[in-house]
Design a protein around this ligand. Structure first.
Ligand SMILES: *Cc1c(COP(=O)(O)O)cnc(C)c1O
Length: 465
């Protein structure tokens, strides 16, 4: 067998990668031609690639490495657990200490009424659990017609058949027969792109009221739940206008609709509180968590449900679970991650140091000729690229063309910043220091300047007609 190691030349690793590895959300033929960037090590907020370049990871991996890379304590917690009990299941009336400890710790950290944890291996799995859970809940309450789950266009809730259906990504629905029945999507509260002549406040209210309109149209007796991210992440860090969430909460309270907050990105300090629901003053019946739960060091997710939902579900055998529900190694790693978050005051660091510093730096980007709005909540932020700020115009080029150009400039400048269409987004590790934020902004500005110069050269600064 060929020994594949970090010591092979980059081109050889790229060739072997292209030969046998199919990547998620990637065009294989395109990647084969170009070659993937090979990441070999990481420490703090920096990645190192196979060419020895040091890259500032403005995305914390995929929004998950909240405590930063290279924490030995997590490696040791995982190794210790592997030696003691590498695996046992939590089916058939069995349990183990890491699952007990993590469920209890989560109940302590969560808003008061959320005290019961159903483990999964990922955010997608946890949202699949939620689909079955809320429908079973209403069956047990004697209201089996309540089956519809309302979500939002441009939402991201995962990539499995169920969670991908909950999500509102048209390009995902177009492959593989999604969405499944009884999922309904209303419009997103994205004022920049869709607000027209309304003020943000008017628009936020109007978009929230689409939930009420949908409930009334389908009938309250058919709607089981509403699911939403407190701040849309993969959709481009879309922060709803201030009027949006209070109205959503009012509507969920008025009609008997369970509110599911998908906190997979917003949870564990990202927004400056433990949970995005606290930042936005939302009272969910169910929370989806994953990503920052283990800072990405081990795959784990969960649905955390209210006392009332747990009591109803507890009346029957819920015929659902994953081999790796409450995996002991993942639980041990997550527990250690939560200990570090708590003992090192990382959520406080976000609220009092990192987020205020990032906010003033990030919002200063609006003086750049290419940047329309800058939005930020805690440590997740975005900028909208536009050829004309006043009219919030889109580019004449296909959506995403300019965003991709900018991302490639970022990559060349050793910064990971993602593009969602023509929005650029960041979500750095929460432990980032002010000096590292300065470096992030310097690289972002340089990349914006280079993108702008290229657009000028290629006569692409034109608005869509
Ligand atoms: C990433 C994400 C998911 C899916 O989590 P996976 O672990 O990739 O399955 C679900 N919801 C939100 C909001 C996410 O950002």
């Amino acid at each position: 067998m060929v020994q594949i190691s970090n010591h092979l030349p980059t081109a050889e690793l790229q060739r072997l990668d292209a030969a046998h590895h199919l990547h998620p959300f990637t065009s294989h033929s395109e990647l084969t031609e170009k070659g993937a960037r090979v990441i070999t090590r990481a420490k703090g907020v920096f990645l190192t690639d196979s060419e020895g370049e040091e890259i500032l990871d403005g995305m914390a991996g995929l929004w998950c490495v909240n405590i930063g890379y290279g924490r030995d304590e997590l490696a040791e917690a995982g190794a210790r657990q592997m030696r003691e009990l590498p695996y046992y299941n939590t089916f058939f009336q069995s349990t183990h200490v890491p699952a007990i400890a993590l469920a209890n710790k989560l109940a302590e950290l969560m808003p008061e009424h959320l005290n019961h944890v159903f483990f999964a291996g990922s955010g997608s799995e946890a949202n699949d659990t939620n689909i079955r859970l809320v429908r079973t809940y209403w069956d047990l309450k004697g209201k089996p017609s309540k089956k519809v789950i309302i979500s939002r266009k441009n939402a991201y809730h995962g990539s499995s058949v169920g969670s991908g259906s909950l999500g509102g990504m048209a390009y995902m629905h177009s492959q593989g027969g999604l969405p499944i029945p009884d999922i309904h999507h209303i419009n997103q509260p994205n004022w920049w792109a869709e607000g027209g002549d309304m003020t943000p406040e008017e628009f936020g209210l109007a978009r929230a009221q689409e939930l009420e309109a949908a409930i009334l149209e389908m009938g309250e007796d058919r709607v089981a739940a509403f699911i939403a991210e407190p701040v849309m992440g993969a959709g481009g860090v879309i922060v709803a206008p201030s009027t949006y969430w209070p109205e959503i909460q009012r509507i969920c309270d008025k009609y008997e609709i369970l509110l599911i907050a998908d906190e997979v990105i917003c949870g564990f300090g990202r927004t400056g509180n433990w949970f995005g629901s606290q930042t936005l003053n939302i009272r969910p019946d169910i929370m989806t968590i994953a990503k920052g739960l283990s800072s990405g060091y081990a795959p784990i997710g969960a649905s955390v449900v209210s006392d009332e939902v747990a009591e109803v579900i507890g009346q029957t055998e819920f015929n659902h679970g994953y081999t790796y529900s409450g995996h002991p190694v993942a639980c041990a790693v997550a527990l250690e991650n939560l200990r570090i978050l708590e003992e090192e005051g990382i959520v406080d660091h976000v609220r009092t140091v990192a987020a205020p510093y990032l906010k003033q730096a990030w919002e200063s980007l609006t003086d750049h000729p290419l940047v329309g709005e800058a939005t930020i909540v805690g440590m997740m932020a975005s900028i909208a690229l536009t050829p004309d700020k006043a009219s919030r115009a889109k580019f004449a080029a296909d959506p995403g063309t300019v965003g991709l150009m900018c991302r490639e400039r970022c990559f060349a400048n050793n910064l990971v910043m993602r593009h969602v269409g023509d929005r650029m987004v960041i979500s750095p590790p929460l432990i980032i220091t002010p000096e590292e934020i300065d470096m992030l902004l310097m690289r972002a500005r340089k990349s914006l300047d280079e993108t702008y110069a290229r657009l000028q050269e290629q006569d692409m600064l034109r608005p869509a007609s």
